[in-house]
Design a protein around this ligand. Sequence first.
Ligand code: PLP
Length: 830
Amino acid sequence: ASIPEPQREAWKKHQVQGFTDKDGFEKEVVRHVETTLARSLFNCDEGAAYSATSLAFRDRLITEWNRTQQRQTTADTKRVYYLSLEFLMGRALDNAMLNVGLKDVARGGIDELGFRIEDIIEQEHDAALGNGGLGRLAACFLDSLASLNYPAWGYGLRYRYGIFKQEIINGYQVEVPDYWLDFNPWEFPRHDVTVDIQFYGNVRKSQDDNGKTVCHWEGGEIVTAVAYDMPIPGYATPSTNNLRLWSSKASSGEFDFQKFNNGDYESSVADQQRAETISAVLYPNDNLDRGKELRLKQQYFWVAASLYDIVRRFKKSKRAWREFPDQVAIQLNDTHPTLAVVELQRILVDIEGLEWDEAWNIVTSTFGYTNHTVLPEALEKWPVGLMQHLLPRHLQIIYDINLFFLQSVEKKFPNDRDILTSVSIIEESQPKMVRMAYLAIVGSHKVNGVAELHSDLIQTTIFKDFVKIFGADKFTNVTNGITPRRWLHQANPRLSELIASKTGGHEFLKDLTQLNKLELSIDDAAFRKEWAEIKYANKVRLTKYIKKTLDVTVNPASLFDVQVKRIHEYKRQQLNIFGVIHRYLALKAMSPEERKKQLPRVSIFGGKAAPGYWMAKQIIHLINNVGAVVNKDPDIGDLLKVIYLEDYNVSKAEMIVPASDLSEHISTAGTEASGTSNMKFVLNGGLIIGTCDGANIEITREIGQENIFLFGTLSEDVEDLRHAHTYGSHTVDADLNKVFDAIQSGTFGEPNDFGAMVAAVRDHGDYYLVSDDFQSYIDTQKMVDNEYRNQDEWVRKCIRSVARMGFFSSDRCINEYAEGIWNVEPLALK
Ligand code: PLP
């Protein structure tokens, strides 16, 4: 329904041109305050100023969005679709201002209108539609895809409630719902873009005219998906991509007028609410599969709506089906969207009438699968019975996929029953389960891990039989990365300017390898001084925040030691807090003279525990109780402070990361797939204490082992140690035992509260090797203290590290995916 040629002149004459200067910006803000928000200069508060500023930028973005989409449609090039159940976007306004290069214009305009830009930015609610690293990775990828001009869409769910807000009350985590959609100026509801999604029902078979069996999925329940679009601006390019989030509502047919007329209004509204529940809440588990029916419903709802949309767009080009993989690349961010493989096969076979083999070729050429974990408790499985009930036709297709796959395996490995059992998509357990990772592997042409060690591990452990079957070429590595726009330029503007002054402008934000020019300035004392001043200023800012929120005074000259990430036994916050207790006991045992010689340190923690993860909550409780004791101990003073920052999220990370001297990435070797905050901390001029795990290994290779504090067991030794714990005699490290004694004597509150934490190490096999790594951790922390005393050398290490971080840009990742997996080319706007 586009406008005929003769009338287009009028449209072109009035085409919206975005503002480019302060006056234009102010005009837009005032217009939005007065008309969109129906307020005026007499009642415009910071919230309204934020909304109007965002709307002004949104208008700008959406004109570029339109141009970008039009260009992509005309060029008819291949597009990438990134399917992720999580997008941890954080705030949009600051990012939009910086990416379109108009933050200074906005700053001036906002100032003239009577506000401060920093206050306006603080008004925005984080879009927290994710748990941790996986969701934030998806957000960084969207930024890179747009910045590099790739035609790409993200597809996700528009949760009404993102990850819960965390409050710490009496040392305990309390979860509060995060209703973030009150007013979201960044989303465009597309009430005209809807898809009806079917659940339940049954499958009927019939014969077509040629005698071919056709399956019809009938009956059941229909829920409608409504599209909401968020524009994703590229940095220093007009390209603006789309993040499409689906919201669920009752289908128009669903509202039961019969019930309504019979006076059963309540139950007809209940149906409506049941439909809306699908997109209501983000499951708050990180690296854990809980197998809830509603979660499976979410997955199918989102995948089916997205595929319908993708197929509809493809069909507009009127190409033959076999060209589908030349036009469409779909990336599965973890196994959450794996049903997309089955759904596309269903569309092609049942609806479009393709032969099975032809359809399957198209499917497997289209999909790529990114694995994010080897932790067994995180590998997704669904009971066959549940799948049968919810998605009867999909279960049949899964069985057929499995049958043909196992037949091919049998051909290759005749008489090898073991391999058939081990790779079967159906696990023959009680109850039988569908193994989603296996389905994803079989349905994709490439499978990648997210750091070298992780990619090696998946090929040699959980997926090793698939390597035998498909060959090693199907498996690859794309080490994770981060966007330097948000994680340097936006989070640390002074450092970004200093780097620009030494590397010849802001080019490094588009080509992060240019950071290496910094090494040329390393002997420049004035440069190092300014570098150190920026770090100090960032620490002062965090100090003020700590004072304001927790009423604890910390000395910004102390070493800031930070561990912020999801709370998880494998990430080992317990190792950190046991180390803190060890330090406290050591300080207490010293004479006042000896104490004076010690280096002051602030141990900063932050992160959410899944609401049902009892041990993680115990860890949070211990950290808070230790803080309560240590922070008011007059013997200790500035020498040690323990801080728990509430409600860690993206916008808090943007404040915390630039303020760190040392950050902790201390997972048991072989458990952290990559980590991305490790990259963020180093990029902001902080050093790392870490294990040989995930991307720490590649960070070490890039920045040099003299610039990182590595300790602990290597991944190849983990299995043997665990075995020895269980079957040999397990003795706990002596210093760690003293820590346990202090806990059990009640130094940090009721000992029973921490019984399970202590017992996990002492009595239950110490699965995460806390005791094995404790001594080397303590020793390495001593090295950190010593090295920090030499500030000049410390700063040199930081500069050298930043200079060598170019590899970890998410731009590099996206280019690797584009070339090695998606086979797509950038398409710049003219
Ligand atoms: N949570 C938030 C809010 C983040 O910003 C990040 C990364 O920056 C993460 C979690 C992931 O952290 P990590 O890589 O340490 O697990």
